[in-house]
Design a binder for this molecule. Structure first.
Ligand SMILES: C[S@@+](CC[C@H](N)C(=O)[O-])C[C@H]1O[C@@H](n2cnc3c(N)ncnc32)[C@H](O)[C@@H]1O
Length: 290
């Protein structure tokens, strides 16, 4: 198992490199046309559809939100545009650059970005309504994840909520098939040499991404855990060529999967929304949150 320091430095290097190409202007354009972008993204793209499930956007007004692993900052800008006060954290220096440039250009107030390891950044206990992450937890080793979720619980107000959108691996068969199908940037596992080369540069640690794992994790620090499976049908879009049919299929699949039995949706999910509520605040853990 990868150690914590290596996990952090691998992610930082990888994302400093990836985000160096990101132009804040593109984000600014998306935020200036937010309604169109948001309507389209939440209907078509699994991560936006899942993250904003259940009317989350409408709950953001005047709320204090901590986003972990904010990446290129688009979600932080969106939440701030919906009226939240957002503190965005990422290990990549590039996230800091992009978000500072974009929020300055958009003159968005109430958005602050902090670059660093969440475990070492001091925050006031019980000071956030939401702690969120989109495609974030699965980048952490189990130890680091445990540490971060424990700290998230301490930072939440008693009625606060932690919400993470993550991949789901609930079927060994589907997972084995997934690795066989190449996707842009990742060769099939059957192309052994190319796959090994890709794997050497991949920032994801080997870890458990099952819904059972996230349920066990949440139960350690919260009294309520909800998992919403996403993408049980949508995942079939990988077998189709890109284009308007593919987009139409994904939109249909997000609606149609609600008709499937929950057991099947869980088993076949490609992703999951994880919602932890009712944080357990022990006096000892809340005393020093750093
Ligand atoms: C897959 S990206 C997701 C980015 C963004 N949330 C999104 O949905 O596009 C994972 C992000 O987590 C960040 N990350 C990884 N490990 C981290 C850590 N220990 N602390 C803070 N951020 C981390 C990476 O730098 C990267 O920006």
């Amino acid at each position: 198992m990868q150690d914590t320091k290596l996990n952090i430095s691998t992610n930082r290097e990888h994302y400093d490199h990836n985000y160096a190409q990101v132009n804040a202007e593109a984000l600014v354009a998306q935020i200036r046309d937010l309604k169109r972008f948001f309507d389209d993204a939440t209907k078509t793209s699994t991560s936006w559809h899942g993250f904003y499930h259940g009317g989350f956007a409408e709950r953001l007004g005047r709320k204090r939100v901590l986003e972990l692993g904010c990446g290129d900052g688009l979600n932080a800008l969106i939440m701030a545009s919906f009226g939240a006060e957002v503190v965005a954290v990422d290990i990549s220096h590039e996230s800091g650059r992009i978000l500072r440039e974009a929020s300055c250009e958009l003159q968005i107030e109430g958005l602050c970005v902090i670059v660093g390891d969440f475990a070492t950044i001091p925050f006031e206990p019980h000071s956030f309504d939401f702690v969120v992450g989109k495609a974030f937890l699965h980048h952490l080793t189990h130890d680091l994840e445990d540490n971060y979720v424990a700290k998230a619980a301490c930072l939440l107000k008693p009625c606060g909520e932690a919400r993470f959108f993550e991949p789901a691996v609930n079927s060994r068969l589907l997972d084995a098939l997934r690795w066989m199908i190449p996707v842009p940037g990742r060769p099939s596992i059957l192309m052994k040499r190319r796959f090994r080369k890709w794997k050497e540069l991949d920032p994801h640690p080997e870890r458990d991404n099952s819904s059972d794992h996230f349920r066990r994790l949440g139960t350690k620090y919260f009294d309520s855990v909800d998992i919403v499976p996403v993408g049980s049908l949508e995942r079939l879009c990988r077998l189709m060529p890109q284009g308007s049919f593919n987009r139409g299929f994904r939109r249909w699949a997000h609606r149609a999967e609600l008709w499937l039995p929950m057991y099947l949706r869980m088993k076949a999910a490609r992703s999951q929304l994880i919602v932890f509520r009712r944080p357990r605040h022990s006096a000892e853990s809340s005393a020093s949150v750093h």
